[in-house]
Structure formats: C-alpha cells, structure tokens
Design a protein around this ligand. Structure first.
Ligand SMILES: Cc1cc2nc3c(=O)[nH]c(=O)nc-3n(C[C@H](O)[C@H](O)[C@H](O)COP(=O)(O)OP(=O)(O)OC[C@H]3O[C@@H](n4cnc5c(N)ncnc54)[C@H](O)[C@@H]3O)c2cc1C
Length: 480
C-alpha cells in the first residue's frame, strides 16, 4: 500500500487549496501515486472555502466567482486514486533514509484524541497558501475588529457576518472582494478605506494589458460597490477604533504618501465591525525549516525562490501558489498544474512532459500573471509612516500583550535593531501565533532607524504548527 515503509507515495501534496488540488490531480492523472494533506476538514483552501455540509447551504457557489473551476478540480479529485488526508496539520517535513521524505502531521485535534501520522513520499509539493498581514493601530484589539480575509472566511465557511455595519480597511485588492461579498450578503458597508491608491497600477501598462481578466474582476467588484453605495476612500487609513466591549465607530484619517496621518483630517464613521488587512504573507514555515531559499517580494514579504518548473532550491521539494509570492487563485491553479507535471516528469523519467505544449503554455501564462502580481504588490506595499498611527499603549503583540511603547523602549534604550532582539527583550512574538500576527510590525518598529519599510523575515521554525508533547513522544524511530 502506498505510504507504508515498503511502498511510499510518489508525491505528498501539502495544502488542498487551488494550487494543491491542481497539482495533485495533474500528477495523479499522469500516473503518480499521490497523498493530499490539509489541516482543514474540507478541500478548497482560502479561495474555495465553503460551508460545512451540516450548515445545509443550498447554493454555496453563490458566495464565489469561478466556482466552476473548483467543481472541475473536485470532480477530477473524486475520480482519481489520490489519498485525501483532511484534518491533518503538517508540522514537519524531513528527509528520511534513501531518497524519501517523511511528512509528519497531527490529526484528531477536533476532539477525537490527537494522534500523529507519518506518510512517506519520493517528492513533496508545498501549497500551504498565505495568511493575512496585520498592522496594529489604536483599538485593533476591540471585539468586532476582524481580518478582512477573516471576515470573508466567516462568511464563506460559517455563513455569518462579523457585524451589520462593517467598515473594510487596509490595503490590497482583497478589500474590494471582501466588501462586495459582505454587501451582497446583506451587510451595510459604509466605506472601503484603502491606504494606497489605484493609480500605481498605471505605472505597469504592459502587465495590465496582458491581464484583461484581472481588470474585468476589478470592474465587477467596482460595480458591486456602486450598486451597494459603498464609498471608496483611497490614501486613507483607520487610525483609531472606538468602543470598549464592541466596536462603535472608527476614525478614518487621510494619510500622506509615507502613510503618515495628515493632522486634522480624522473623520468618525459609525460601525459595529471593522474588517482590516494589509495584504497577504506567504505561509512558508515548512519550506524554510527544510532550508529552501527565499526572496524578498516587491511588497516586503518573503516568498520561496522557485525555478521555472516550480522546484525550490532543495531538490525534490516543489512549491506552488502563494508560497512563491502572492498572486491569486488562478495563478495558483496554473502553478499547481505545472508543478504536478514537473514532478511527474522527474519521477517517471519523462522529460518530454515539461517540454509539452501544455507545460509551455502554463509557463507563459505564469510569467504574465506574475508580472501583474508584482505590479499589484508594488501598488499596495505598506509605507513606513504607518508606525505613526501607534500610541505607546497600543498592543503590537496581542498574544503576549506587548505595547508599542515597550518595543520602542527596546529599540531606543536597549539598542534592539531586529525583531529577534526585540523578542528576547520584550517577549513580542513568543505567544501562540509565534509572531505570525505581529512579526511584520515588530520588525518594522525595530528597523525604524533604516528605511523603515517592513523588513521581510523568513524565520526558521522547527515546528510549523503547535504539536502536543505527547504526540512528539509517541514518534517511533525512522525505518532504515
Ligand atoms: C484569509 C484569506 C482570505 C482570502 N479571501 C480571498 C477572496 O475572497 N478572494 C480572493 O480572490 N482571494 C482571497 N484570498 C487569496 C486566495 O485565497 C489565494 O489567492 C488562493 O487561495 C491561493 O491558493 P493556494 O492554493 O496557494 O493557497 P490556499 O487556497 O490558501 O490553500 C492553502 C491550504 O494549505 C493548507 N495548509 C497550510 N498550512 C498547512 C499545514 N501546515 N498543514 C496542512 N495544511 C496546511 C490550508 O489549510 C489551505 O487549505 C484569501 C486569502 C486569505 C489568507
């Protein structure tokens, strides 16, 4: 049986979102034995997140555009021999004896009693997606403040809204998608507050012209906002949230090109929820713990360095989708398929597969879409002046309750110049989220003596997700 010591899988795909599904089905249809692991109980990842069957949603597709593409992938998955391991949180990938990889996961965390699972494979495809970048501001810990993508996730998977009157704020194209979904689901959205503008896209006319589908998407969202009378405020930011037990209002201020609030421009907008996010950060912990090389993206995050066939700098480890840089669902599907083809070509010794018309076409489209993604990233990169939104008592690390004042003290009085030193001095980043939420902010505050942009960090974490000690203790020795 594939997965046992004597017969490992050819390919283990970690992440069953757009990229993982496309990679798994492509490799399986070309003849590989494939195991597909995901922490979630359902396939689809962030983009195709959908309600659990127990919620009885009759038309889950109503909350999505491009549902047909997901349906197609799902049908191919169902028709394949792929082993789906859902509800499996992968905490480590390690090289085993010979040319095998061992994937370690915990499962049963939802109440059935946790246990560890180890699967072996000859190749790995990492498609672990991204998470939201959060920049703190006064009041961001008040109940009713949620991530912009988080609000979308609540709606898509739980069919609930975070409030009735929701301001959507931050930066990046996700804000438009989130605002139009929330409004379509019945929320009143008084404003979308975008810290950058959209004129930055005009500096990349070739990337725009080569990606008409992206422009069409923007028009769809734009007209949805018009229809629902949502006001779009660019070059502005939520600089304060009002309320103690619950959001009651937000202050929106004009900001200058460095994102510093312009004095005297604050305006109060009544609302009972705020959905806020400043773009996405590639989720690459498993890759960095394996030593895969990373690059700095145009919007100051860390993404994996990939060759033109999606292989990382570590031979035998491929990656696709957001792990290689934020680029959206369609790009993730294409890269996943390309990776599936490339792994098959390598393992079955069929190099002609990567020279096929399909592989060439995917590579061409990937270059075109990555150019658009880069233009998008440049347009929405956080500027250093956002730190001026912070008062000394604003929490930066909410897990460990470390304020901006304490981080500034670590920098000014104790000479900290990077997030790691700040962490050692203040505990910022030592809590449950392990710096995923506050890492970018702490790093920026620590680097304020430099150019002040958010320095990307590719921390190497030996465990990608929290693992109970009992699960670690129950690990047996690797087979020879
Ligand atoms: C919160 C959020 C909301 C978003 N909402 C939208 C939207 O409304 N519209 C839009 O156009 N784009 C949205 N995006 C972006 C969009 O989701 C991505 O462009 C697209 O999903 C990329 O596909 P992917 O396969 O790379 O990653 P994903 O679809 O994110 O899939 C990654 C998968 O990997 C799994 N995973 C991660 N780590 C592990 C691990 N250690 N063990 C096991 N499984 C793991 C995750 O559970 C997930 O299923 C959102 C992104 C986020 C983070």
């Amino acid at each position: 049986m594939p997965g046992s010591a004597s017969e490992p899988y050819d390919l283990a795909v970690i992440g069953a979102g757009c990229a993982g599904l496309a990679g798994a089905v492509a490799a399986s249809e070309l003849g590989l034995s494939v195991v597909l692991l995901d922490a979630s109980g359902q396939i689809g990842g962030q983009f195709y997140r959908h309600p659990a069957p127990t919620l009885g949603a009759v038309r889950p597709q109503a909350l999505h555009h491009d549902w047909a593409a997901f349906d197609h992938l799902r049908r191919r998955l169902e028709a394949s021999d792929i082993t789906p391991l859902l509800g499996h949180h992968v905490w480590s990938v390690a090289r085993e004896s010979g040319k095998l990889w061992a994937v370690h996961a915990v499962t049963g965390a939802d109440g059935e009693g946790e246990r560890t699972v180890r699967v072996r494979a000859r190749a790995i495809l990492l498609t672990t997606g991204a998470y939201e970048r959060q920049l703190p501001f006064p009041g961001w810990t008040v109940p009713g403040v949620v991530g912009a993508g988080g609000a979308q996730a609540m709606l898509k998977s739980g069919l609930v809204l975070p409030g009735n009157r929701i301001v959507v704020a931050g930066s990046g194209p996700l804000l438009l998608a989130v605002a139009s979904s929330l409004a379509a689901a019945g929320a009143r959205v008084p404003a979308v507050v975008e810290a950058s503008g959209y004129l930055g896209y005009a500096r990349h006319p070739r990337a725009l012209a080569a990606n008409p589908r992206k422009l069409a998407e923007a028009v769809v969202h734009g007209s949805a906002l018009l229809r629902h009378r949502v006001r779009l405020r660019t070059r502005s930011a939520v600089t304060e949230v009002h309320g103690t037990d619950r959001v009651e209002a937000v202050t929106v201020s004009r900001i200058d090109p460095r994102w510093r609030p312009v004095p005297g421009t604050g305006q109060r907008i009544a609302c009972d929820a705020l959905a806020v996010g400043h773009g996405l950060v590639p989720q690459i912990d498993l890759a960095t713990s394996l030593g895969c090389a990373t690059r700095r993206t145009p919007d100051e995050t860390c993404a994996l360095v990939l060759d033109d066939l999606q292989e990382t700098s570590v031979p035998g480890i491929w990656a696709a989708g957001e792990t290689g840089g934020i680029g959206g669902a369609q790009l993730a599907v294409m890269e996943g398929e390309l990776a599936g083809i490339a792994v098959t070509a390598r393992l079955l010794g069929k190099p002609f597969l990567t020279g096929s018309g399909r592989a060439r076409e995917l590579r061409r489209r990937r270059i075109r879409m990555r150019a658009f993604a880069d233009a998008m990233a440049v347009a929405h990169t956080p500027r250093p002046g956002w730190t001026e939104w912070l008062t000394d008592d604003t929490y930066v690390c909410r897990c460990e309750e470390v304020t901006a004042g304490r981080v500034r003290e670590a920098v000014a009085d104790f000479g900290a110049r990077d997030a790691r030193t700040v962490k050692l001095l203040t505990r910022a980043g030592m809590g449950w989220c392990q710096g995923r939420l506050c890492g970018a902010a702490v790093a920026c505050l620590a680097a304020c003596g430099g150019d002040g942009t958010v320095p990307p960090s590719a921390e190497r974490r030996p465990l990608a997700v929290p693992v109970p000690l009992g699960a670690l203790a129950s690990l047996d020795e690797p087979d020879d």
